[in-house]
Design a protein. Structure first.
Length: 128
């Protein structure tokens, strides 16, 4: 896993970088817990389904596994978004719409710190 540089930041507001770092730590923790959850599901499925393919728990395990896998994928995507946002705070492009180039606005960045589009572009285009 790539670690973000902890060097100097060119953010006008340092709290943005701090907030992204906090969110990153939480997301990394969430990924780890989902991974171990998934391991547990797979392990118990292997133990209980050894010689019985018609295990009544089979369907539930499959569902749990699919759900956890989906949550894990979401968390990993989130981590990528956060890393990209952190990168933008270091190169100075943070807070600028990557579609039209105008400022995204403090309020919107407060609500969605990882957004790459201003409200106008986001409403015109599908979610990025
Ligand atoms: Zn825009």
């Amino acid at each position: 896993m790539r670690q973000p540089m902890s060097g100097p930041r060119s953010v006008r507001d340092d709290s943005t970088g701090d907030r992204l770092q906090t969110e990153r730590t939480e997301t990394v923790r969430r990924i780890a817990s989902l991974e171990s959850e998934l391991d547990g599901i797979i392990e118990s499925a292997l133990l209980s389904n050894n010689d019985d393919e018609h295990d009544p728990d089979g369907a539930t395990t499959g569902y749990e596994r699919a759900k956890t896998t989906a949550m894990l994928q979401q968390a990993r995507l989130r981590l990528v978004e956060i890393d990209q946002a952190i990168e933008r705070t270091t190169d100075g492009s943070y807070g600028r719409c990557n579609h039209c180039g105008s400022a995204i606005g403090e309020e919107r960045l407060d609500a969605i710190p990882t957004t790459t589009r201003c409200a106008a572009c986001a409403s015109l285009l599908p979610k990025n």
